[in-house]
Ligand binder design. Structure first.
Ligand code: URA
Length: 233
């Protein structure tokens, strides 16, 4: 059971404050009866809830694109730092979690969902989902170092990294696309050729790209098309 106002805002009908107005205006019916109180509990899987005469169907899974800012941790709880879920404080965060992790000082695309199956498939090492990062380096990178990383560099784990692609933007700035998600992977790949990563931003995951209109610390829902693409990689 969930509060009607919370349910309506979760279903993206309007923000919590607007939902109040909508309820007061008599625009919501629960099992055919107008309901004006937000604190009434409903069971979205059983109760028929209508807004302006149109039935709202229960949305089991929710997907958000978040521009993770630096300084915030990719966890659901942390004693000391802000987490990515704190950014979604206006949403019902029950069951939501970030799909994978970015380091505290890394920024960029993080998908937040309550869909465990899709998250698992995106993260599964066997699925080799592409992750693209913008990397700033402390020194110039030469073609030999690029070739070495692209071929699948040894970063001291059991196995070398899988081959990857690097696209040079400037002498000390590149895009890198990797298909794994090892601990501090990008930083360690460049460290293996003597370079320090000074700035790291994830720009895409699978077929979903960080929205250019999104500022750090902001988020939006994924569109139906993005959800479809995410599931089909
Ligand atoms: N690789 C890293 O080193 N850090 C990240 O946050 C993501 C990929």
């Amino acid at each position: 059971m969930i509060r009607l106002d919370k349910y309506l805002s979760n279903m993206n009908i309007a923000s919590r404050s607007k939902v109040k107005e909508i309820l007061k205006g008599g625009r919501v019916r629960v099992n055919s009866k107008v309901e004006t109180k937000g604190d009434v509990k409903v069971d979205p899987e059983v109760d028929v809830i209508e807004f302006d005469g149109v039935r709202i169907f229960y949305e089991q899974y929710r997907y958000f694109m978040l521009y993770k800012p630096q300084g915030c941790v990719s966890a659901t709880k942390d004693r000391l730092s802000d987490t990515v879920l704190d950014i979604l404080k206006d949403e019902n965060t029950d069951g939501l979690f970030p799909v994978g992790r970015l380091d505290k000082d890394t920024e960029g695309l993080l998908i937040i969902t309550n869909d465990g199956k899709t998250a698992h498939e995106l993260l599964s090492p066997a699925k080799h989902v592409d992750k693209k990062y913008l990397v700033h380096l402390d020194k110039l990178i030469d073609d030999a170092a690029i070739a070495q990383i692209e071929a699948g560099i040894d970063i001291g784990d059991d196995k070398p990294c899988l081959p990857c692609e690097i696209e040079k933007i400037e002498d000390d700035k590149v895009f890198i696309t990797i298909r794994e998600g090892r601990f501090h992977q990008v930083k360690r790949m460049f460290a293996a050729v003597g370079l320090n990563v000074t700035y790291l931003k994830r720009v895409s995951m699978g077929a979903v790209t960080l929205d250019e209109n999104l500022q750090p610390g902001k988020y939006r829902r994924l569109t139906d098309e993005e959800i479809e693409r995410l599931k089909n990689k």
